[in-house]
Design a protein around this ligand. Structure first.
Ligand SMILES: CN1c2c(nc(N)[nH]c2=O)NC[C@@H]1CNc1ccc(C(=O)N[C@@H](CCC(=O)N[C@@H](CCC(=O)N[C@@H](CCC(=O)O)C(=O)O)C(=O)O)C(=O)O)cc1
Ligand SMILES: N[C@@H](CCS)C(=O)O
Ligand SMILES: [Zn+2]
Length: 765
């Protein structure tokens, strides 16, 4: 009989219970026991939901208080000395590594001052993981037994689960060398790490685990021979040490074919493939498996919210069964459902026609079960018929097509993708901005305080009028400008108080989008997003940011940056259509933004920033045609959005959370770029952008952390940068926006940053 399986379920809770409990604990408003209780309740709820839906193989250890990769670092005791030395309770060490910790000494405890570990994008998603950080002195030992505890916790509730672990090769490859050990190749630590994996597997076996999901997502990346060979070493050692462990090796988000030689012959019970992304890999996958190995067929999309075409999915699974037989097939989600919102039932305001097209995590459980039942010969005729109706209703809906938008994209020409002059001429024209050497600025957002969110909630509930809300926002903008005057910045921002989120805000104003009330997805730690959904051709019915930017410009004579999110980032951080290419969706967004950029300029805004932090995450995971096409169309859509302005209008862009390729940044032809930098320990990274021909600001402090770097630390960073970059090109700014900080924190951070800039300005005056 074919079994159904789910690779992981969102842990945040349908009402964001985990966020509320975690932030309350951080604020000292509740105890660790309160937090742990919420965690336990969420796990129980999620397991029961899956069991009741009829899922056979339910994941455990998919829960985390911050990030599952950080959990693995704690489990293997990969805790750099700078955190170990404080001997904090385990959960506080976890949070210190995730978000940094700075607190004064008390009578009984010493002062703590430690920055966070680096946080980077999880493959091509908007989830961020905390990068394991290794040094020559790293040793591994089992620290607690979270996977075993959670397996037993489920068992006590009468629910048999399949524990999930990140695999040893991926765990190392996704990590990095610490700043004191830059010559270390993490994969060289494999043999030291494996005994600890074996210990966890043995403990899981002893606890009764029948099979274990071991995630090796790096198998969808381009891997060098050393890493490929590591799979054989790793899984042979584990099979030898724990022969009874039944491992299902899970890959997701891409094509495993180029690495199948590394998978072939591994002593594992089965392999999971993402056939939503790459259905074409079925034959090769089957061919790579031995006659006993299980094929886990990832056929329900873990990365998007569209209802699956169940009839098509059934056919696909049947074709897999025809190749390997029923006994060897499992029906599964393509990846963990972590990347999808929890429950569509909580959406009461969605247009009924559109709502019928979606499936969130909870609905996807039923999808997996229906497909499984169908291939097992159970009667699901009614469900399959209802599904076919929804699929064909969407395909023929008038909501998806807009002839005027399609015509504009079809007529796209070179004139739409190039600034009027080259950078040198633009720089000359931009002298009218009268900027000093080392201009200081921020990236856009200022603290999104509780007060702002409450006012927005009141507006949404109709408890205040649009005029009252507008007045409130104007006051926030005034305060942000006053703050920037006091701190002494050079180029101001309005602070983005009117935005719930830098993508959702635009989605809500653009035609062709749907948005949710409760469709939260974890982005990192306790920070969540509600990705808007692109349901049809996109256009801009009216200006989106001009009112606020114009108001801000009227309050101060200083240059004020207009602030937009770029086409690629809006696309990447939304749930995209699956019936139109990403390129066309980006071009449609780009034209909508071009109109906005031009309107801002017409309103007197002379500096306009168009953020593209997701441009790197959109890069196809492997080298090849798709990637070559992306590096053309992604920067081109940025240029469509920004090239309609005069030479004297200064275009900025901003990037964060990724290891960028300088060539991709150059292709945007922005006048000024700001790049997250402060957590890049590798001193060679500083060189990466040294031939960036236009102006650049390398982020000087980590905005995720409340930590305030002293002025001397800023000076040291600026001096390091100046050793590589011409002083005329350099801007002084933080890593990213300050929306997650408190005002008093960013006052201290920015004051030290501005004072450090002044030291250098005087030095070179
Ligand atoms: C810059 N980043 C972003 C990414 N993706 C995005 N889509 N947006 C980004 O900004 N990816 C990379 C990075 C890092 N990621 C994030 C993601 C999310 C946040 C963040 O701060 N999220 C907020 C939620 C923002 C939001 O939508 N707020 C709404 C709703 C606020 C709310 O909770 N209201 C309450 C009522 C008021 C109250 O009592 O507080 C309610 O509804 O119950 C809004 O402001 O209106 C988060 O808190 O998680 C940062 C970086
Ligand atoms: N302008 C945005 C960019 C975030 S990536 C902000 O400051 O929050
Ligand atoms: Zn950013």
């Amino acid at each position: 009989m074919v079994l159904s399986s789910v690779l992981g379920f969102p842990r945040i809770g349908a009402k964001r219970e985990l966020k509320k409990a975690t932030e309350s604990y951080w604020a000292g408003k509740s105890s660790v026991e309160d937090l742990l209780k919420v965690g336990k309740e969420l796990r129980a709820h999620n397991w029961k939901l899956q069991k009741d839906a009829g899922v056979d193989l339910i994941a455990s250890n998919d829960f985390s208080y911050y990030d599952q990769i950080l959990d693995a670092s704690l489990l293997f005791n990969v805790i750099p000395e700078r955190y170990q030395k404080y001997s904090l309770p385990q959960i506080d060490t976890l949070f210190a590594m995730g978000r940094g910790l700075q607190r004064p000494a008390t009578d009984s405890t010493p002062a703590v001052d430690v920055p966070a570990l680096e946080m980077v994008k999880w493959f091509d998603s908007n989830y961020h993981y905390v990068r394991p950080t290794f040094s020559h002195s790293t040793t591994f030992k089992l620290n607690g037994q979270k996977p075993v505890d959670e397996y037993l916790e489920a068992k006590e509730l009468g629910i048999e689960t399949r524990p999930v672990l990140i695999g040893p090769v991926s765990y190392l490859v996704l990590g990095k060398a610490d700043k004191d050990s830059l010559d270390l190749e993490p994969i060289s630590l494999l043999e030291k790490l494996l005994p600890v994996y074996a210990e966890v597997l043995q403990k899981l076996l002893d606890a009764g685990a029948k099979s274990i999901q071991i995630d090796e997502p790096v198998l969808v990346l381009d891997l060098d021979e050393k890493v490929k060979a590591a799979f054989k070493t790793a899984y042979s050692v584990l099979a030898e040490k724990v022969p009874a462990a039944k491992l299902i090796l899970a890959t997701y988000f891409g094509d495993v074919r180029p690495n199948l030689d590394a998978v072939k012959g591994l002593p594992v019970a089965g392999v999971h493939f993402d056939f939503v992304r790459v259905p074409e890999q079925l034959d090769a996958a089957v061919e790579a498996l031995s006659a006993e190995q299980i094929l886990s067929v990832g056929i329900i999309d873990g990365r998007n919210i569209w209802k699956a075409d169940l009839n098509k999915a059934v056919k696909f699974v049947e074709s897999a069964i025809a190749k390997v037989g029923k006994e060897r097939v499992i029906v599964a989600t393509s990846s963990s459902l972590l990347h999808t919102p929890v429950d569509l039932e909580n959406e009461t305001k969605l247009d009924a026609e559109i709502k019928d097209w979606f499936a969130f995590a909870t609905q996807k459980l039923s999808e997996v079960v229906i497909v499984t039942k169908a291939v097992n010969g159970e009667d699901v005729k009614a469900e399959l018929e209802a599904n076919a109706k929804s699929i064909s209703a969407r395909a023929s809906s008038s909501i998806t097509n807009d002839a005027a938008v399609q015509k504009r994209v079809a007529e796209l020409g070179e004139k739409d993708t190039k600034r009027a002059s080259a950078f040198a001429a633009r720089l000359e024209a931009q002298k009218s901005l009268n900027l000093p050497l080392f201009p200081t600025t921020t990236i856009g957002s200022f603290p999104q305080t509780k007060e702002i969110r409450v006012q927005r909630q009141k507006l949404n509930k109709g408890e205040i009028t649009a005029e009252q809300y507008e007045k409130f926002i104007e006051k926030e903008i005034q305060d942000a400008i006053k703050f920037q005057e006091e701190v002494g910045l050079d180029v101001y921002v309005h602070g983005e108080p009117e935005r719930n989120d830098m993508v959702q805000y635009f989605g809500e104003q653009l035609k062709g989008f749907a948005f949710t009330q409760n469709g939260w997805v974890q982005s990192y730690g306790s920070r969540y997003v509600r990705p808007p959904i692109i349901v049809g051709d996109v256009s801009r019915p009216s200006p989106m940011t001009v009112k606020e930017s114009k108001y801000a410009q009227s309050v101060s004579p200083k240059p004020m940056k207009g602030m937009l999110t770029g086409p690629v980032t809006i696309l990447r951080w939304s749930f995209p259509r699956n019936d139109v290419s990403q390129k066309v969706q980006a071009q449609q967004l780009a034209f909508a933004l071009r109109d906005e950029v031009n309107d801002l300029e017409a309103a007197g805004v002379t500096v306009i920033q168009v953020d593209e932090p997701a441009i790197r995450e959109g890069l196809p995971l492997r080298e090849g045609e798709e990637r070559s096409a992306y590096v053309q169309w992604a920067p081109e859509s940025f240029r469509i959005a920004t090239s309609g302005v005069k030479d004297s209008t200064q275009i900025h862009s901003h990037f964060c959370y990724s290891d960028l390729d300088p060539a991709h940044i150059k292709a945007l032809d922005a006048d000024v770029v700001s790049i997250e930098f402060s957590k890049k320990d590798d001193s060679n990274y500083i060189q990466n952008f040294s031939d960036y021909p236009n102006h650049i600001g390398l982020g000087l402090f980590d905005i995720h952390s409340p930590r305030v770097p002293p002025q001397s630390e800023f000076e040291k960073r600026i001096a390091d940068i100046l050793a590589v970059y011409p002083k005329e090109n350099l801007w002084i700014n933080p890593d990213c926006g300050l929306k997650t900080r408190q005002w008093d924190e960013c006052r201290k951070q920015l004051t030290n940053m501005v004072n450090a800039a002044k030291v250098f300005r005087e030095k070179y005056a």
